[in-house]
Every structure is written in C-alpha cells, then in structure tokens.
Design a protein around this ligand. Structure first.
Ligand code: ADP
Length: 390
C-alpha cells in the first residue's frame, strides 16, 4: 500500500475496494495500515506546511505557552528556538500592545471563537518593534486544545501608513494655512475690481479687461474655497446650516447665475413639482455649481446640458446631463476621491480634482447619495439625492 493517499475520494475508493475484495480479517488489517498511513501523510503535510511557511508559525498549549515554532518565526523575531519554547507570547509583546494579545487569547480560549485576526505589535530580540498581522485558531489533538498562530510581518506597510498619515496631516495643515492666507488679499482685490467695474463705463477700452479679471478672480476664489473646504472636511469640521426649502428655487436661482457666465452652453431646466428638502442651501448650491460647471467644462464640443429635479416620497433626485467626453468605467468610483483627476482629461482641462470629492462629502453629510452614469465619447449623467423633507 505504498501509493500516496491524496484526497478523501481516493481514500474512499481504496476502502471500498478492500471491503469488496478481501476476507474480513485481512481487510481490517489493511484498513488499519491504510488509515495509519493516511494519518502519517496528513501529519507530514501539516509539518511541511508549518516548517516551510514563509510566515511565522507557532503552536501553543492550553496554558498559552509556546510549544512549537517554525524557522520563519525564529528569523522574524531574532530569538532562538530555546528562548521561545515555554514562553508566553505576552512576554515578547510590545508593552503598549499586550492588551491586544490578551484580547486575542480571550476571544479564542474563553469565548471559544474558532479563529481570530488582529494587527498588533511584538518586540524583537534586539528591542526593535515588529508589526504583525496575526491569525489564530484553536484546534483539538487527542482531546487536548492547542492554539495555532500565523504571524505575518507587516512592519513595512504599517510604517508606510504611518508616514502617509503624517504627510497627509502636514499637507492638510499647509493647505489650510495657504488657503486662509490667500483669502484676505483676494477679498481686497475682488472689492477693488468690483468698484472699478462700476466706475468704468461699458464702452471704455478697459471695461472688458476688468470683466476678464473679475472672471479670473472668481475662478481663483473657487479654487481657494475648494482647498479650504477640503481641509475642513478632513478635520470633520464642516457645519451644516439647515433650512427647509424647495430645490426648484435653488436650481432656478443658481442656473440663471451659471447661464450668465457660461454663454457657450444652453442650460435646460424647467422647474417642476415642489421638491422640499431640509438642507444647507449654500452647500447644496455649491454641489449644483460643481456639477453644472463640470458638465460644461467636460463637453467642449456640445452646446447644451440638462438639469432636472424629481421629487419622490422619500427622496428628491437632481440630475445633470451632459453630452461631453464621458468617463470610462474604471474611473467612475475613483472620481469622488480627493485630488483624483482622469489622466487623459487632466491634460486638456484645468482643475484640482476636488470638486466631486467635496460635493460627494456634502451630500453624504446630508444622508444623501451621489452617482454617475457615463459612456465615453457620449456624455455623463451626474445625480444626487437628498432625503425629502417631512
Ligand atoms: P476637476 O474638474 O477640478 O478636475 P472634479 O473633482 O470636479 O475635479 O472632477 C474629477 C475628475 O472627474 C475630473 O478631473 C474629470 O476627469 C472627471 N469629470 C468630472 N466631471 C465630469 C464630466 N461631467 N464629464 C467627464 N468627466 C468628468
């Protein structure tokens, strides 16, 4: 019976053959050696996996003391096998994370959960810390309970995440200071320019220059506001000033303003049945301005866009339809990420990749939803919903 018993089906057919073809006593003997061989094979297989794994592996007994470790764990931690055997994992846990290990042990041994995973920290023999993804299971062998733990070194990932969080915080702080500092002089420039626009007659040569600089001041103002908003969203400090209003009123007012500054496209919108919401008027206006401005910006070859609002019993839906460049499926979810701009489009259109991030965060804060249907080369529909006011 030298052949390898590889799986349950093979074993079953082997037993069937024995039972069919051999006298009972001989069959029982053969069955016994077949079972022992199968047991040996699976034990060999387990030993090979345990020893050869590139992850650190250990087995502990019911008193939580380590009774077996593999080579990878010895290399990972820098302790010798003798030092590890008989010790408790909490002996080498980072002092700040001993509780994690106790929690893991409680869940498995006291609460009798069969498996548990956690990211936590150990100390190597040289005193340096090592971050690990730990997965443990409890198993029975000859009616004794044992714990089997796989330890994966995730120190590089953890360090990367920590550095990234630190850099993000520094970046947010920088953006917050810069956008704040830029606002004050810009407000003064804007006021002076508005005075000039009133003072200079419309047929004066300089009038068109003043109008142009007004337009650019507005753009700059929007960019600075976006940057400022992002840091506020990141810090979770966006306050909503809620009031109950009809979205039709907001859209009518907002679209007439947008139409005046975007003569290239006809913005089709017809107010419909009352669509009452309890929302922050100026924040929702900001979302509409973002979506309509994008619809115009990303459809340079078209000359119209459509805006509509449909009130329902539970929610109100606003849609902005354009016939522009569209968005490939693979980018659809990502365009709501901070600073995300689609590679091909970003070369031809100006922007920071913040408008949709800010808009989606504003809508989420209102317990609404936001989404896109789009076909590259044909156009896009951006929509958002808000809970209907009771
Ligand atoms: P920005 O327009 O400043 O880049 P947004 O956050 O508003 O930033 O948009 C993110 C990206 O989504 C844009 O860079 C663009 O690639 C894509 N996008 C947004 N709106 C549209 C649209 N209506 N049609 C096609 N692509 C769009």
């Amino acid at each position: 019976m030298a052949q390898q018993i590889d799986n349950k089906a093979l074993l079953e057919s082997e037993i069937d053959q024995l039972l069919d073809q051999t006298p009972a006593e001989e069959a029982v003997q053969k069955l016994k050696s077949l079972l022992l061989e199968t047991y040996d094979n699976s034990e060999t297989r387990f030993k090979t996996i345990f020893e050869e794994s590139t992850f650190g592996n250990k087995i502990i007994a019911a008193d939580l003391r380590i009774i077996k470790v593999n080579h990878a764990l010895i290399v990972l931690l820098g302790y010798s096998e003798e030092e590890l055997l008989g010790s408790l994992i909490t002996d080498i846990a980072h002092p700040d994370y001993v509780e994690d290990w106790k929690k893991l042990q409680n869940v498995l041994w006291a609460d009798k959960k069969t498996s548990f995973s956690i990211d936590t920290c150990l100390l190597k023999q040289d005193g340096s810390e090592i971050w690990c993804h730990v997965t443990s299971i409890v198993f029975k062998d000859k009616s004794e309970d044992y714990g089997y733990t796989i330890i994966e070194d995730i120190t590089v990932r953890k360090n990367y995440e920590r550095i990234r969080t630190e850099l993000d915080a520094k970046k947010d702080e920088f953006i917050s200071i810069v956008s704040h500092e830029l606002r004050t002089p810009l407000t003064t420039i804007k006021a002076i320019n508005q005075l000039l626009e009133k003072a200079v007659s419309q047929d004066h040569t300089y009038y068109s220059f003043i109008r142009k600089s007004n337009h650019h001041i507005q753009r700059l103002e929007r960019l600075i506001t976006d940057l400022f908003d992002v840091t506020k969203i990141q810090a979770g400090s966006v306050q909503l000033d809620l009031s109950t209003f009809d979205l039709n009123n907001l859209l009518t007012e907002c679209i007439s303003g947008l139409q005046a500054i975007h003569p290239t496209h006809r913005i089709d919108y017809t107010p419909g049945a009352a669509a009452m919401v309890s929302a922050d008027y100026f924040r929702i206006e900001q979302v509409v301005i973002n979506l309509v401005s994008n619809a115009i910006k990303y459809s340079p070859l078209a000359n119209s866009i459509q805006v509509s609002v449909s009130p329902g019993p539970d929610e109100v839906k606003v849609e902005v339809v354009d016939y522009g460049i569209g968005i490939d499926k693979k980018h659809i979810d990502k365009v709501f990420d901070r600073f995300y701009r689609i590679g091909e489009a970003s070369h031809h259109f100006q922007g920071l990749g913040l408008g949709l991030y800010i808009s989606s965060q504003i809508i989420a804060r209102h317990n609404g939803k936001m989404g896109i249907q789009s076909e590259p080369g044909k156009g896009s529909t951006f929509w958002f919903t808000l809970p209907a006011a009771r």
